[in-house]
Design a protein around this ligand. Structure first.
Ligand code: SF4
Length: 402
């Protein structure tokens, strides 16, 4: 790997992005990749020539590469991608919608996934084996997915069975935001995958087959889903993967209906009850809608909660003149606001940052991988091995059949 020497401007950018009290949300405008030094540092093997390309030049070159690839290519874009990337997507959606779309693909050779690593893995699992899936920047991961390391989950599973016995009736559910190996694990152990669009149905599926759920990696989605189904908070215990037996007693585990992994989304955990109260003081007619990856008390204080697709549909269908405070990723909130000029739509957190890992996809990376594909050269391919694929597909298909 080549080491890129940093300039003074790049040092200033890194300092800006590293400061926990400020966020350059206002600076979310198209710029050459070299001006996003903190992100360039993650995938240094992109040829240097791409770093300085201006937005217009990137747009021109992406257009040429796409025209060469024609119908052999589809580009998928997650809602949290920035506008200058989402404009190239043939299809946009949340992880559930994109997973379905990937599964429906026929006759294509390449999927370029503008999202994060676990989504590209799912696309590889759900598409025919000869379809090649590409992630424009391999450093676009998900900090929540990283909180469930496969070895920690396997150890937790063994510990649970030591405490509860082999007929414990624990059904594992993994949120879509997890490694392919964990999707395979739940597939092999009688469980399934879920997204924020169908977590309630996944719980119903699991309780029809077992007595308890082990839910990972997002404690908040797991808790909010359980609460909506009438499970009291004290029957949903938190498994701290850093300590033996998750820090729980045998009695707590026996009593629990849901065992929640101690993971969270750094972007959604920032939304608070105080922010909701402030929005209600400033706009008495405001309606608050948040993502279920937010904390339980935040979701309780909101008027509505739901997946990014539900947030989008709810605000799009709302009457003109209505006011919405939204608790989800800033790129999506800004896009909803632009698409609904007859409504007031704003983000609950005034200094909210974009999802930093989603933001690692820059048009320069898209240009780089597309030009490679147009020349028959596949860079940044995401490939899930056959055994993992087999069991992960079982878990994903259980979800798609809900
Ligand atoms: S918004 Fe949160 S859960 Fe989604 S990709 Fe970013 S870190 Fe992961």
């Amino acid at each position: 790997m080549t080491t890129v020497a940093r300039s003074r401007i790049e040092d200033e950018q890194i300092a800006l992005y590293s400061d926990p009290d400020t966020c350059p949300t206002d600076a979310l405008k198209p710029a050459p990749l070299e001006e996003e030094a903190a992100f360039v540092a993650w995938q240094q093997d992109i040829p240097r020539g791409y770093l300085r390309l201006l937005p217009e030049e990137l747009d021109r070159r992406i257009g040429i590469a796409r025209a060469k690839l024609g119908e052999r290519l589809t580009i998928l874009g997650h809602h949290y991608q920035r506008d200058e990337v989402i404009q190239y997507a043939d299809y946009t959606g949340d992880s559930f919608k994109l997973a379905r779309h990937a599964a429906d693909q026929k006759g294509i050779e390449y999927v370029v996934f503008c999202g994060v690593h676990f989504m590209a893995e799912s696309a590889d699992i759900l598409t025919p084996e000869d379809v090649r899936v590409v992630l424009p920047n391999m450093a676009a991961g998900c900090s929540m997915a990283d909180m469930a390391a496969p070895d920690d989950v396997y150890e937790a599973w063994d510990s649970l069975h030591e405490v509860l016995g082999d007929d414990s009736g624990v059904i594992p559910i993994t949120y879509m935001n997890s490694a392919a190996s964990l999707k395979a694990f739940v597939g092999e152990h009688g469980g399934l995958v879920c997204t924020s669009s169908n977590a309630d149905k996944a719980y119903e599926w699991a309780f029809a087959r077992g007595k308890k759920i082990l839910f990972f990696p997002d404690q908040h989605l797991g808790r909010n889903t359980g609460w909506d189904m009438g499970i009291p908070l004290d029957r949903m215990v938190l498994w701290n993967w850093r300590v033996p037996n998750g820090g729980l007693t045998a009695e707590q585990l026996e009593r629990a209906q849901v065992i929640l992994w101690q993971g969270h989304c750094s972007t959604h955990q920032r939304f608070t009850v105080d922010q909701i109260e402030k929005a209600r003081r400033e706009y008495p007619d405001v309606q608050v809608i948040v993502h279920p990856e937010c904390r339980w008390e935040t979701v309780q204080a909101a008027d509505f909660n739901g997946s990014t697709e539900k947030i989008l549909k709810t605000i799009n269908a709302a009457p003109a003149g209505s006011t919405w405070a939204v608790g989800t990723e800033i790129n999506l909130v800004n896009r909803i606001a632009q698409e609904n000029p007859d409504k007031k739509v704003f983000c609950l957190d005034p200094v909210v940052c974009p999802c930093s890992t989603m933001y690692r996809i820059h048009p320069a990376y898209v240009c780089w991988v597309l030009e490679g594909l147009a020349e028959g050269h596949v860079v940044n391919e995401i490939r899930v091995d056959a055994e993992t694929r087999k069991w992960a597909l079982v878990a994903l298909e259980r979800m798609l059949n809900l």
